[in-house]
Design a protein around this ligand. Structure first.
Ligand code: CO
Length: 343
């Protein structure tokens, strides 16, 4: 993607979500329910509603580019990487409808990136329930819409990302030079994690680790060394349990090394993670394990579980050198988005 409009040494937030202000009634368009609609019931506020039931309350900064730019100025963020809200993935829908909805959402993000090329970069969404359609939409996003890549979920209707039917999609992304952002959704744990917001607090970090391990152990990352793939929320529970994962691989290769003969630690140098860990010690662990060249600011803007002032953790760590800080705030993101070295 073209980053020539970005300011010099930009601060880039790779993990932000956006919705159109409105979109067609999808139940009417496709003939069945289960889709998200946005109901604007107060000035500057709306309800994300699924079949009449409120899912999440959102504010103007979820859809208004202008409001987002104002907040970026307050927060010292130059560029937001825009992606849809994961609940919009709709992988459960009929494939042609998932494709249609993806096009609608992607056209919206692309339009904002065209209007504000110095402020926004785009990640599309693709109908992973049909990998052929997903590849076609990925190609359209990158070639026709000028996007950097796409965002996908950590699982597709309960299927892990190591399933052979997804390999052509990952291969196409590597071939195209598209970056991928993997975001947890449809969290594991079922009934046992329902209370206390635990799908978000326990399920999401486990989902991310499951996605990373699936791609490592299956050999997808081994076969696609050029794939630029980033995981949300600092890779969830993966970094803190990498020692265990590595040890498991060493003592039970009969269980772990059946599809890929190389150790999990090898791939710490190959994946990207955002920095959304809310804790300086946790970020130090990530820097120690992965290095600043693999870590990029991500805030989950505009949602409350994100970093409410994007970049605050990185800026507040006095022990970071200026060059490491600048990598975390934007340098790594530029490389992940473009595939070109920016050092
Ligand atoms: Co998010």
């Amino acid at each position: 993607m073209d980053v020539s409009h970005f300011p010099k040494n930009p601060v880039i937030d790779i993990h932000t979500h956006i919705l159109p202000r409105e979109w067609p009634d999808l139940a009417e368009r496709y003939g069945y329910g289960g889709f998200v609609q946005l109901v604007h019931d107060q000035p500057g506020c709306a309800d994300m509603v699924i079949d009449g039931k409120s899912f999440r309350r959102v504010e103007e900064n979820c859809w208004s580019a202008e409001r987002r730019i104002e907040e970026c100025e307050q927060h010292g963020v130059d560029v937001q990487v825009l992606s849809t809200v994961p609940v919009m993935f709709s992988y459960w829908a009929k494939a042609e409808h998932g494709w249609d909805l993806s096009r609608l959402l992607n056209d919206h993000i692309a339009e904002l990136c065209r209007r504000y090329p110095h402020r926004f970069a785009g990640l599309g969404t693709v109908p992973m329930q049909n990998p052929d359609y997903a590849i076609k939409e990925l190609e359209r996003c990158v070639r026709d819409l000028g996007m950097a890549g796409v965002q996908i979920g950590t699982n597709v209707n309960g299927m892990n990302l190591d399933r052979p039917e997804f390999f052509p999609f990952f291969s196409a992304a590597a071939e195209l030079g598209a970056c991928l952002f993997v975001h947890p959704w449809e969290m594991i744990g079922g009934e046992r994690v329902k209370k206390y917001w635990m799908p978000w607090l326990v399920g999401m970090p486990a989902e991310s680790s499951l996605a990373i391990c699936s791609l490592i152990f299956s050999g997808v990352l081994e076969r696609l060394p050029k794939l630029r793939i980033a995981f949300a929320h600092g890779g969830g529970s993966f970094p803190a349990t990498l020692g265990r994962i590595q040890h498991g691989w060493e003592v039970r290769p009969d269980l772990c090394a059946v599809d890929n003969p190389y150790p999990p630690r090898k791939y710490a140098a190959q994946i990207y993670l955002d920095t959304l860990v809310h804790d300086a010690e946790a970020l130090r662990l990530l820097i120690g394990l992965f290095g600043v060249n693999r870590l990029a600011l991500g805030s989950d803007y505009p949602f409350p579980l994100g970093e409410l002032q994007p970049g605050r953790l990185i800026r507040g760590m006095a022990d970071l050198s200026e060059s490491d800080r600048s990598r975390l705030l934007g340098g790594t993101a530029l490389e992940w988005l473009t595939g070109k070295i920016h050092r």
